[in-house]
Design a protein around this ligand. Structure first.
Ligand SMILES: *[C@@H]1O[C@H](CO)[C@@H](O)[C@H](O)[C@H]1NC(C)=O
Ligand SMILES: *[C@@H]1O[C@H](CO)[C@@H](O)[C@H](O)[C@H]1NC(C)=O
Length: 826
């Protein structure tokens, strides 16, 4: 009885104690910003900074169930965590963790079985350590009655996670040899260290850098006293001030809020994007004030060494003035990785000179040298004296320019930055680039440019009239001066033909040997001394756009080999003469036979089916089997050549586009191709991809079945074009009526129906619905289950015309099937 009473009173006391602990302890802690070694912060308890701005407690990020100790804004309802203690070591057992400070001044996160999962360590110790959450969001460990920041023995501001808060120093302390840098979270749910880090890089003149692992992704450009040369949008503003402090003990970046009513924070997000957020109000929440990178030009070294990125240009990369691409063909193909080299090599012993380049993000300053007390003039003299000094610039532009910054080695990661933020740099060039002879040369170049422009204008008019094909206006001047080098390029390993031997082979380019007019000039038949027949394609000297196409053709197909592609045997480049030498195709082009009622019976169904298959295989090779992805863009009957055995060979790569890597689609403002073969998305919107070639292939295959060209097709009953006609017949199960009447029976009905079906799949309106060329090859051989085709694109001729007018083009449309250019399609 007695024992039961004791037991009950014990329970009562325990109950009271629990009530007291539940009510009083948390309330006490809530009001508190200080934790001392006799207290423990349990999951659910919080520390709140004295002004109530920040709170420390346990939280679970995103959809995670794991518990972490962190700091977030107290007055902002959307929990915004700015620091995490145990980011790598979450508490997995729900709500049973604790946070405390030890007698020796270590902070610790402890799990339910009293194991330390995270602890702060510091080398210093104090008598009466306490942890305090300051109103800046800084969690500090200090002697209980010493408020001096100098004497903090540990602070979270020196161990940040992904947030840079006002007052934090991002950078290096050379005394403690410690770096403070940000590292992104792994994901929204997982605060552990992710791939990206943000640093203030002190090697050379300081700049902010974002790295993925060890790889530099982005740099701000060097600090210039006012901002960073590469991030012009980060400048003086009303929200925060910022600077880079450089002294013998420290190099760091920091910012301070100017108006304490505006909350702003900077973070590195999970995908390596630096973001500045400001808080607006409960309704609008956080809004992004700035992000970096802002565009492709921000990607580190995007244009290679000595290249310069300009976001308003297309293509984005160019060489600095007086520099030329190191690998001109790769450069043309938009592979900018090899960068640029000086047009005239340096010769330090003869004395080099410096040229001023303006409006730039200054190149990577890692490895640079600086001195803040040398003026620009002495800086130049200093750089000139040392043959390995490649460029110099002012260090600080804030007071009209002072200090000296020198670069050694190659200049990387330059972009154009509009004035007034862009900076000046003086780059070492050969003295001949600047002396009076150089001036004369510049004058000559200018005159040549003006002349070139006039010529270009004239030829542009001419070419619009003649409706020749072309792309790439940009870089034309370069290409006309560089054309000589195309064939000599060692990389292509292209056999060279001697001009004299070609003159002999073609009987001095006799009119009788002329077999056609290619994309950029006449084509002649020739007979080499050994008896080999060749086709010689000349670049006509008056054709300015031809130069590009010539280069394009060489670079595109030099290395391609496939039995359904016409073989380039070599080229000839002497003086102004540029020629391509191909294997000769006895049966010329497909259109000459197929569309000629007198000759088309030569092509019986097995031959036609063989031709269709060959074209499909050739295209499939171009699209995915060769080293590059090549979009031909002008697949049509006249570009299919036939050898003596009626094997088809795809030719004319003048407007083909080569893509490296995974890129397989592009948009152009200059739509080039041939009506009747162009896919709707290309003709109307300038979008081309492998699927626009698939469309053209489908048209071509139907033409081969019908023996009539899509454009030339008319029917007495309706106004549908060949595609519309074929589709209507297919829907009504009358596909066989499409077949060319001159095809003598018997032929393989299955093959024929399959071919029509596949063709209709190829010409569907939506590019996504069209099969890839490799699928086409399989389908033609009967190895695939076929979906039903949807309505083709460009169903009637009227649609084509409507599309043209809606594209607001300035084109002249030709009816005779030659390749045309539509200018400025949207
Ligand atoms: C990082 O920021 C960029 C730009 O604001 C945004 O597009 C991206 O989705 C962000 N990534 C994550 C994982 O939040
Ligand atoms: C040029 O500068 C580099 C880098 O500061 C230095 O290592 C080298 O000794 C200098 N050369 C001369 C000739 O002063």
């Amino acid at each position: 009885m007695k024992s039961r009473w004791i037991n009950e009173s014990c329970m009562f006391l325990h109950f009271v104690a629990t009530i007291i602990s539940l009510l009083s302890v948390p309330r006490m802690l809530q009001a508190m910003d200080i934790l001392n070694p006799v207290q423990v912060l349990k999951d659910g308890d919080t520390l709140v900074s004295s002004g109530g701005d920040f709170v420390l407690g346990f939280f679970s990020p995103g959809n995670s169930k794991n518990r972490f100790v962190g700091i977030w804004y107290n007055k902002i309802k959307v929990q915004t965590v700015v620091w995490v203690a145990n980011r790598e070591t979450p508490l997995t057992n729900n709500a049973s963790g604790m946070f405390k400070i030890t007698e020796t001044g270590f902070l610790a996160v402890i799990d339910e079985s009293n194991r330390v999962v995270w602890s702060s360590n510091s080398s210093k110790t104090v008598q009466n350590p306490v942890a305090q959450l300051l109103d800046t969001g800084n969690l500090v460990v200090k002697e209980s009655n010493n408020p001096n920041p100098e004497n903090f023995i540990w602070q979270s501001f020196e161990h940040p996670t992904d947030h840079l808060l006002p007052g934090m120093k991002l950078g290096w302390n050379f005394v403690t040899r410690r770096e403070v840098y940000l590292s992104a979270w792994k994901s929204y749910d997982d605060p552990s260290t992710g791939d990206y880090t943000l640093h203030c890089d002190p090697s050379g003149y300081p700049q902010l850098t974002i790295k993925k692992g060890e790889a530099l992704q982005l740099r701000s450009g060097a600090w210039n006293g006012e901002g960073f040369s590469g991030v012009p949008n980060v400048r003086k503003n009303t929200i925060y001030s910022f600077e880079v402090v450089v002294n013998k003990d420290e190099i760091y970046y920091h910012y301070e809020l100017l108006n304490h009513l505006v909350v702003s924070r900077y973070m590195l997000n999970e995908s390596g994007v630096g973001q500045r957020w400001t808080w607006v109000d409960e309704r609008q929440g956080w809004v992004i004030y700035l992000t970096s990178p802002t565009d492709s030009c921000d990607a580190y070294g995007f244009c290679g060494v000595h290249g310069s990125c300009n976001i308003v240009n297309s293509p984005l990369c160019g060489c600095l003035d007086r520099f030329v691409p190191k690998d001109p063909i790769g450069w043309e193909r938009t592979d900018w990785s090899k960068g640029c080299v000086r047009r005239t090599p340096l010769n330090c012993s003869k004395g080099d000179a410096f040229l001023k380049y303006s409006g730039l993000k200054l190149p990577d300053t890692r490895g640079s040298w600086f001195n803040s007390s040398i003026n620009l003039e002495d800086c130049g003299a200093l750089c000139l004296k040392n043959c390995s000094c490649m460029a110099y610039a002012s260090l600080d532009i804030s007071k009209g320019g002072s200090g000296c910054l020198l670069w050694f080695g190659e200049l990387v990661d330059i972009r154009m930055v509009p004035h007034p933020q862009g900076e000046d740099i003086y780059i070492r060039v050969a003295s001949s680039e600047t002396d009076s002879k150089g001036m004369k040369r510049i004058l000559v170049v200018i005159l040549a440019l003006v002349g070139g422009m006039i010529l270009l204008g004239l030829s542009l008019m001419l070419y619009l009239k003649k409706m020749r094909k072309s792309d790439h206006l940009v870089g034309r001047f370069f290409s006309s001066s560089n054309q000589k080098d195309e064939c000599h390029d060692r990389e292509l390993g292209m056999p060279m033909f001697d001009l004299n031997s070609l003159i002999k082979a073609t009987d001095n380019f006799s009119i009788h040997n002329k077999i056609g007019e290619g994309g950029f000039g006449p084509v002649y038949k020739g007979l080499l001394e050994g008896g080999k027949e060749i086709a010689v394609k000349c670049l006509s000297q008056t054709s300015h756009q031809g130069v590009d196409e010539f280069k394009n053709e060489v670079s595109c197909i030099a290395k391609l080999q496939h039995r359904n592609l016409v073989r380039l045997l070599g080229c000839c480049s002497q003086g102004v003469e540029n020629m391509l030498v191909y294997e000769y195709m006895t049966n010329k082009s497909l259109d000459l036979i197929l569309f000629d009622p007198m000759k088309s019976s030569v092509l019986d169904w097995p031959k036609r089916f063989h031709i269709i298959n060959g074209i499909a295989r050739g295209l499939s090779y171009l699209h995915q089997d060769s080293r590059l992805t090549i979009i031909h863009r002008d697949v049509k009957a006249s570009n299919i050549l036939l050898d003596s055995d009626m094997n088809p060979k795809i030719s004319d790569f003048g407007i083909a586009r080569c893509f490296g890597g995974d890129e397989t689609a592009a948009k152009t403002r200059r739509v080039i191709g041939t009506y009747g073969y162009m896919s709707p998305e290309y003709a109307i919107d300038g979008l081309f991809s492998v699927k626009s070639d698939v469309f053209s292939f489908g048209v071509l295959a139907l033409e081969i079945v019908k023996g009539m060209s899509n454009r030339g097709f008319t029917h007495t009953d309706h106004s549908l074009n060949l595609l519309g006609h074929a589709w209507t017949l297919h829907k009504e199960g009358r596909s066989l009526e499409l077949v060319d009447p001159c095809l003598a029976e018997p032929f393989n009905f299955c093959e024929l129906l399959r071919t029509i079906h596949v063709s209709l799949l190829c010409v569907q309106q939506n590019p996504k619905d069209r099969p890839s060329m490799s699928t086409v090859v399989m389908m033609l051989s009967g190895e695939d289950v076929f979906p039903s085709p949807k309505q083709p694109g460009f169903f009637t001729e009227r649609e084509v015309l409507a599309a043209q007018s809606s594209a607001r083009t300035s084109a002249t449309i030709s009816a005779n099937g030659v390749t045309i250019t539509l200018l400025e399609a949207r």
